[in-house]
Design a protein around this ligand. Structure first.
Ligand code: SF4
Ligand code: SF4
Length: 431
């Protein structure tokens, strides 16, 4: 492959940070994932994509968003949204390390700036370790939606999700889940599908639905380029990029482009297919699975509910504890820093030409292999941070998970189509 044929789909360094023209029909809405405690965490999950940010971004030992930055963020975020509902998302690292009083302060500030008639909601993504009764009561009283990280039954969960001294965490997470349920706090189960648990799809799914009692499940494939701690997506070494089908495009090979714990793309396809059949047969309408819900909606011709299977990116910014704003939670690298909240309002970042370019690149940088794929409108090349490989012909920019995604849609499309027809009928009779 000639050197100059390599595309850098979302490199932003030459695009000015200038406010884009507002399209008359565009809804000026965006979302920010904020990390008020930086990357600090009380666990040491081997596959975590965020722990290393302390070194990459030169974070202090105990990062914490100070009061001025917190208030500037809450004010700016509320002012820049034009809907009747505003959703704040709190992530890390582990945000509960900041303490309950910090979150009480957050709610006070939200109430201070909330315009009348506008509803404010909060999501908290947590490993659950610190959730005691007081925390659960607060979350219940203030209507927080919790995302609880859990990777399956004990032996699968404990493979990578361990404490800083390497101890298992399954029992602690189960205690947190029980406490949340006792306090009637709704929670989503956030499952990272990695190289290990991907080989046990039914064990994972049946544990979640039958033992944990999960009714909302988010599956996220674990895909990490080997140099992810230091190298931003699309800045990879071009000479090392393998073609689809190569052993280097799978985990486990000494020269593989991904970490050992990244999911094998074929296992990802098998995981989705196996869980999908189980879900259709037993839990349709009772358990929500993020990837299946959006696939059905997309087959119906609706917009994707998830950024990964949407045509464009760019509507989900990330903000670090010091007010630095980045293009996306998965692009928290200096190359993708848009600026700092103390210098500009959040809407100036969200609607800048630079962020617009980032978002459009998801579609515009697709290789021809994707453009001619029968599943393009269900996949859209998945997340650009996973576009780690070349097509079989050597064209860059193909998603590492492609073989698994294709296998899933090849097999599930007839059923997805059937479900979409049923749902359409249901919607028509309700009109
Ligand atoms: S880069 Fe990936 S995670 Fe970020 S908005 Fe795009 S699809 Fe979503
Ligand atoms: S399934 Fe593969 S070829 Fe098809 S759009 Fe997705 S990544 Fe591209």
């Amino acid at each position: 492959m000639p050197h100059n044929s390599v595309k850098h789909s979302t490199r932003l360094d030459v695009i000015p940070l200038k406010t884009a023209e507002k399209h008359p029909n565009s809804q000026r809405r965006f979302h920010v994932m904020s990390k008020p405690g930086g990357s600090k965490c009380n666990l040491d999950c081997q596959y975590c994509f965020y722990l290393h940010k302390d070194e990459l971004l030169h974070q202090p030992k105990q990062p914490m968003m100070d009061d001025t930055t917190l208030e500037a963020f809450i004010k700016s975020y509320i002012e820049s949204q034009d809907g009747h509902e505003i959703v704040f998302s709190w992530q890390g690292g582990e945000p509960t390390l900041l303490g309950l009083d910090y979150f009480k302060k957050i709610v006070q500030l939200q109430n201070k700036y909330r315009p009348s008639g506008v509803k404010i909601e909060n999501d908290l993504q947590t490993n659950g370790i610190l959730l005691n009764d007081e925390w659960c009561q607060f979350l219940k009283d203030n209507g927080f939606l919790v995302g609880l990280s859990i990777d399956g039954p004990k032996e699968l969960h404990d493979k990578y999700r361990v404490t800083r001294s390497g101890k298992p965490t399954f029992n602690l997470v189960m205690a947190a889940a029980k406490r949340l349920q006792e306090h009637h706090v709704p929670f989503n189960s956030l499952v990272v599908v990695n190289r290990h648990n991907a080989k046990h799809p039914l064990d994972v799914y049946r544990f979640l639905t039958k033992e944990l009692g999960a009714t909302y499940i988010q599956f996220t494939p674990c895909v990490e380029a080997k140099d992810f701690t230091t190298t931003a997506p699309q800045f990879w070494n071009e000479t090392m990029i393998p073609n689809k089908g190569s052993e280097l495009a799978k985990p486990g090979h000494p020269m593989s482009i991904v970490t050992d714990w990244s999911v094998d793309p074929d296992d990802w396809g098998n995981f989705l297919n196996t869980v999908f059949v189980e879900w259709v047969n037993n839990d349709l309408g009772r358990v929500l699975v993020n990837l299946f819900e959006t696939a059905v909606a997309q087959v119906m011709g609706k917009e994707s509910q998830l950024c990964v299977t949407a045509e464009f990116c760019g509507k989900g910014l990330a903000m670090e504890h010091n007010g630095d704003v980045f293009s996306c939670d998965h692009y928290v690298y200096p190359e993708y820093k848009l600026g700092n909240i103390h210098d500009r309002g959040l809407n100036e970042f969200a609607f800048s030409i630079r962020q617009h370019g980032f978002g459009m690149a998801k579609r515009d940088s697709l290789p021809s292999y994707c453009k001619s794929c029968p599943h393009l409108k269900l996949c859209w090349g998945e997340c650009p941070k996973n576009r780690l490989i070349n097509t079989p012909n050597g064209e860059p920019g193909l998603n590492y998970l492609c073989s698994g995604i294709r296998a899933f849609f090849d097999e599930s499309l007839p059923m997805l189509t059937g479900l979409s027809v049923l749902l359409q009928r249901q919607e028509n009779t309700q009109k």
